[in-house]
Every structure is written in C-alpha cells, then in structure tokens.
Design a protein around this ligand. Structure first.
Ligand code: FAD
Length: 417
C-alpha cells in the first residue's frame, strides 16, 4: 500500500486525515509534527483561551483537539510528535526527521506539505526578550497565560486580527492594554476604512490605548518589566509585550527541496487546482501554499481554517483518484468583546463600499465591497444574516442593486433576487 506522509500536524493535516479516511484509498498515513500533541484548533488561542478564567482545564479535557486521539488510533494513522522534517530528498523519496535524538530517514510514496505559516518578527532591538511573546501555538498561548497572574499591563504590537483579539481578551482579564499600529488604521490589510474605524472605536470604548501611526523602535528591560520606545520619543512601560505583526508562508523546506515558491508578497508552495506541486508525488495544503483563486483570478495565499480544510479535501480527492478542483469562496471570522465579525470573500481591490446599517458600536451592520460594479466581499458585524446572504451571492458572481443593499427596510433575503 502507498505510504503518504503529512508534514505538519495542524488544521490542514487533521482534515486531510479525515477526508482520506472517508474515501477507499488503500494507503497508510504518517503525520509528522514538530509540536507536542495532536492537531488542535488555533483560533481560540487569541480568543477564549486567553480570557478564560481557568486556563488549561478545557485543554486537559482535550476539548480543543480537532479530532480525538481515538480517531487516529482507529484509522491506523501513525503520528510522530515533537519531530521536525528538516529535509526532503525528492529523488530518493525520503525525509530527514529531527526530534532530539539522532536524525532519522523516513520514506514516502506521496508527500503532503501542511507546514502552515510563521510569525513575522519586526527587526526591533529587544524583540527577543523573554517577556516579548508571539502567539501561534498552544505552548506560546500558555506562556502568555502564565504572565497574567502577576501582570497588570501589556503592549500589543500590531493591530491585525491576532493583535486586536489579544487586546480584547486581555482587556476582559482586566489588564491595561496599549496597542501600537504602524499604519494609520487598524486591520488595514484586510478591511475598509469604514470597518477599521468601527473597530478602533470599539477598542477605545473598552479602554484600550490605541495608537495609530505608532511604531515601536526599541524594547528595553526595566526592573521585571519592559519599556517600549516609540518613534516619536514617547515610551510605554508594560509587564510584557505581545507581537502580532503578521505571518509568512512556512515554505523554506519546500524551497530547499527545489519546489517552486510563489512571488512576493505571498510566497508559499505553488500548487495547481488539485493542490499538486510540479512533482507528482508532492502536494501542499493550508497556509503554506500558493494557489490560483478561480473566484478572483489571481494567485494568493490564505491564512484561514476554511482554506486549510477545503484544500485538504481537494488534496484527498486527488489522492483518492476522484479529483475535484478547488473552487471555494474564502471566509473568515474574528471575535472581539461581544462583536463577531464574519467575512465572506476578499475585499482587496474594491472601488466601492456600500454600508448596510450604521457602523456604530452596539449595532449590527455590514459593509459590501464592489469592484467595477461586481460584488467582491462582505464584512458582517454581528449580522449573521447578511453574511449568509453574501455566501449565496459571491460564489455565483451575483451582485444586488447597491440601492437595495443600503436599504435596511428590505430584508437580507430580498438581496437575492
Ligand atoms: P497550522 O495549523 O499552522 O499547522 C502547521 C503545523 O505544522 C504546525 O503545528 C507547525 O508547527 C508544523 N510544522 C511546520 N513545519 C514543520 C516541519 N518542518 N516539520 C514538522 N512540523 C512542522 N483562522 C480563521 O479562519 N479564523 C480565526 O479566527 C483564526 N484565528 C487565529 C488565531 C491565531 C492565534 C492563529 C495563530 C491563527 C488563527 N487563524 C484563524 C488562522 C488558522 O489557524 C490557520 O489558517 C490554520 O491553522 C492553517 O492551518 P495549517 O494546517 O495550514 O497550518
């Protein structure tokens, strides 16, 4: 039977195991992951995991695992934990594994790269201080939680989704929170000015000291805490710092193995509509890969659970001999305080934003993005109905009349004519 090895044990790997199991593919699977433990849900790390009163309890009960241990055991999925793949020999179809002891070789017939993404670490002097944290793994989230007992203040560097979610979680825990963002608005890379303004108001209303156009220039050690220096000469003292400065494709392993890497700024392992690289034995799925979006007509690299799951399903279908090209609409969510943001599609490149409802704290509204008169994406704030309708329109290239979008006396269903 063919031996399939998955590199990385995150969202995409777990879904691939589940989807392959649902086919009659006869091979066997080994998952090699450099973290300890089974694949788990990452989104709660910056959300419920940080503001929970009793951290660790749910984790101990396995509540955040994507699949229970029995799933892997029952389906004979071999697992190597705390083991990194450090090299791929594509000619010999062998991997080099490193896990503390002697390096080992592991053969494969098929290889699936599911290595995710890596933090970007801005080149700020002092960023390697032990009180400066990043947040991608359960271990990193646990290190942040361990600070909370003694800490009363934090500086968050970066107002992207993870930075803002951490800010909201730590405000809920009662910490004084300062957020530094170099751009002139929050969530600048992912949303419109209208929605950015809403989220800035939301955080300020919850007592966050949000500083826009503010870059940290140095982080100094200061008597059991830190002092973050800003470009304008100001300085902020805090017990610890969390950096949320975005992520990059974890594609070095593939690059070293001679596989094609996408152009900047995305990077990522280049795959076709079936998640195949140019090497017929190697696939890539999830955050680490770069694929043409059929919906938007350009190559992209996405960082979302939906994308990881859908690409895993696509790869499983191709491996099982029932190929179905990847055709899904990107979607995403973020939870901050009592606000749930749901995003259908990608708003990048929009030339018009039509608001449905008032973007004011305490209200639900949605922002509809058009380009050349065509609906690209919808951001829905506490408005699951608008989000659901968007999910029915965007994949089919349908655009409601903008006047109707803005008219809240018409129900969301009226937008599907
Ligand atoms: P990952 O889940 O990151 O898994 C990759 C795994 O591979 C990691 O365990 C990594 O350590 C391991 N690995 C890497 N290289 C090697 C190697 N050489 N050898 C062995 N193992 C290796 N998405 C949403 O849609 N909604 C959200 O609300 C949301 N919130 C998030 C909050 C946080 C704090 C983070 C970090 C991410 C969030 N995301 C969210 C993004 C989402 O978690 C990712 O898009 C998703 O995890 C991607 O799945 P993946 O399998 O590609 O990568």
């Amino acid at each position: 039977a063919p031996h399939l090895v998955v590199v990385g044990a995150g969202h995409a790997a777990a879904q691939l195991c589940a989807s392959l199991h649902a086919t009659d593919w006869p091979g066997r699977v080994t998952v090699v992951g450099d973290e300890p433990g089974l694949p788990y849900h990452r989104p709660p790390l910056s959300k419920g995991r940080l503001d929970a009163g009793e951290p660790g309890a749910a984790e101990a009960a396995g509540a955040d695992l994507i699949r229970p241990e029995a799933f892997y055991d029952d389906h004979n999925i071999a697992r190597r934990e705390s083991v990194a793949v450090v090299a791929i020999d594509r000619a010999a179809k062998e991997l080099t594994l490193r896990g503390g002891g002697e390096d080992e070789r592991l053969g494969y017939d098929l290889l699936v790269l599911a290595t995710g993404s890596l933090h970007r670490r801005p080149p700020i002097p002092g960023i390697d201080h032990e009180r400066v944290h990043t947040l991608r793994t359960a271990a990193e989230a646990a290190a942040v939680r361990d600070r909370l007992g003694q800490a009363s203040s934090v500086v968050v560097i970066g107002a992207g989704f993870i930075g803002l979610e951490v800010a909201a979680s730590l405000r809920k825990r009662g910490l004084g929170v300062t957020v530094l963002e170099m751009a002139d608005r929050v969530l600048a890379r992912v949303t419109s000015e209208e929605v950015s303004a809403f989220f800035a108001d939301l955080h300020r209303g919850h007592g966050v000291d949000l500083r826009l156009g503010a870059g940290a220039t140095a982080i100094d050690d200061r008597l059991g805490g830190l002092r973050v220096r800003l470009g304008d000469g100001d300085a902020i003292d805090a017990d610890f710092v969390v950096v949320g400065a975005g992520a990059a494709a974890n594609d070095a392993l593939a690059r070293d193995a001679g596989l094609e890497i996408g152009e900047r700024p995305f990077g990522g392992v280049v795959v076709d509509a079936h998640q195949r690289t140019a090497d017929p034995a190697v696939f890539a799925i999830g955050d680490c890969c770069n694929q043409l979006s059929h919906l938007y007509g350009r190559r992209m690299r996405l960082e979302s659970v939906q994308n990881a799951n859908d690409q895993a399903k696509t790869a499983a279908a191709a491996i099982a001999g029932t190929p179905r090209p990847h055709v899904s609409m990107p979607w995403f969510w973020s939870d901050q305080y009592d606000v749930k943001l749901q995003i259908a599609g990608l708003s990048t490149g929009h030339d018009r934003c039509v608001l449905r409802g008032e973007p004011a704290v305490g209200q639900s509204f949605s922002a509809w993005y058009l380009q050349g008169g065509k609906l690209l994406a919808v951001d829905a704030v506490n408005d699951p109905r608008a989000y659901a309708v968007a999910g029915k329109l965007i994949p089919h290239g349908l655009t409601p009349d903008p006047a109707l979008i803005a008219d809240t006396s018409a129900g969301p269903k009226d937008l599907i004519a």
